[in-house]
Design a protein. Structure first.
Length: 403
């Protein structure tokens, strides 16, 4: 008991505001009902006065030990949740990355659509940034736009590659790729934004599209963004049955379709974008290897997204790096004149170039080389023969980290 308010009321207030605090109640009342009441309100222990100091010390020790165990358990649970989340993210990105590679491979077979998904992704992200989308929305927009045509794997290649305008029946078959694509991706992830982009990127804003059941604001917003980006790239690209339209003509078509085919907000944001906003300047990657086949492989793999420059030995790499300041360096270890480890050390020792990420490449995957590479400043180490998708993922990650 206390003069202003009973201890049980104060106990309730403490536990409400600070639920993790361990409270030991001390009272002169030797009443079982009171003891039960304090425990019910969250007290850890109940001690009667006059109390034995040893008993108090033991109670405090037990309370502290209980609190420590609770903190350890909470930390373990958080670590476990973080680990599960990280593993789920890795599985998701690996699966999506495999589908992205498949999508790009499908496009590569057709000279008219090669690079289409990459361009649609760039245009979509430019619109997303102009509309101030959040980080999560931008990431979903990135994946959805990259995979928007994945369902075309189920469409007859003869129709996709037809050198003339499609018939109504052929067009209807091509348009099934939206549902097929959504089904494919839906078996891997449960992200409704990404799936919504794939399923609805051909929906018309006025609801008059083929087999369309949504209209206006009910169409997923990110799908409305990709709809504009997809249409613009289709209009400004060469097709077997027509030449590419000019930027001005394509923008006029988008203006004409505003409120009918396209979301007015999205279309307006897109039309305002400058050409430089649509196609960001490519970052430069320096490939350093004395084997022409490796340089050729890296260039073919990277040139659609990056400007690739080459060096045949470590000395050339140092000189080119000082002159060109590439965004990332892929560096072989065993090379004439100056090996990759020496070149890496020189580049990382120079204040003007030390921040440039370096990925060491080698056919001799030895632990000593890994340790030396790390000690000399290399950011990553990949053994040959390397997986192209793994290489792209490592480069993209380093570019994000070194923005």
């Amino acid at each position: 008991m206390m003069p202003d308010q009973p201890g049980t009321k104060l106990l309730s207030q403490i536990k409400e505001r600070y639920p993790d605090i361990m409270v030991i109640m001390a009272t002169a009342t030797q009443d079982m009902d009171t003891a039960v009441e304090t425990i019910r309100h969250g007290a850890y222990d109940y001690i009667t006065k006059p109390f034995n100091l040893d008993v108090v010390i033991q109670s405090v020790k037990r309370a502290l030990e209980k609190r420590r165990l609770e903190c350890d358990l909470q930390e373990y649970k958080q670590h476990l949740e973080d680990k599960v989340e990280e593993q789920a993210k890795q599985i998701r990105e690996t699966s999506l990355g495999a589908m992205r590679s498949l999508s790009f491979a499908l496009e590569a077979n057709d000279r008219y659509t090669a690079g289409h998904s990459r361009r649609v992704t760039e245009f979509s992200l430019a619109i997303g940034r102009a509309l101030h989308l959040g980080k999560e929305e931008i990431e979903n927009l990135r994946w959805g736009s990259m995979l928007h045509d994945i369902g075309k794997i189920a469409v007859d290649p003869c129709i996709i590659n037809k050198p003339r305008k499609l018939t109504r029946e052929e067009y209807t078959q091509v348009m099934t790729h939206t549902m097929v694509g959504a089904s494919i991706v839906g078996t891997v992830i449960a992200n409704k934004d990404i799936i919504g982009i794939i399923e609805h990127h051909h929906d018309r804003y006025d609801g008059n599209g083929l087999n369309q059941n949504l209209r206006g604001e009910n169409i997923p917003f990110l799908a409305r963004i990709v709809s504009v980006a997809d249409a613009y790239d289709a209009m400004t690209s060469v097709r077997p049955y027509r030449s590419a339209l000019s930027r001005e003509t394509a923008l006029a078509e988008i203006n004409n379709g505003t409120g009918k085919q396209f979301d007015p907000t999205v279309a307006k944001a897109f039309v305002k974008l400058a050409p430089a906003d649509l196609v960001p300047q490519k970052k430069t990657i320096l490939v350093v290897d004395d084997e022409p086949s490796i340089r050729m492989l890296a260039k073919s793999m990277l040139s659609s997204d990056y400007t690739v420059i080459e060096a045949t030995n470590g000395q050339e790499a140092v000189e080119i790096t000082q002159r060109e300041a590439p965004s990332v360096i892929l560096m072989d270890i065993l090379m004439p004149k100056k090996d990759g480890l020496q070149a890496c050390h020189e580049i990382k020792s120079n204040p003007a170039t030390r921040s440039i990420p370096i990925i060491m490449l080698t056919a001799i995957d030895q632990e000593l080389n890994r340790k030396l590479s790390a000690e000399l400043g290399a950011d990553q180490y990949i053994a040959k023969p390397f997986n192209p998708q793994e290489m792209l993922d490592v480069i993209n990650k380093l570019l994000q980290e070194h923005k």
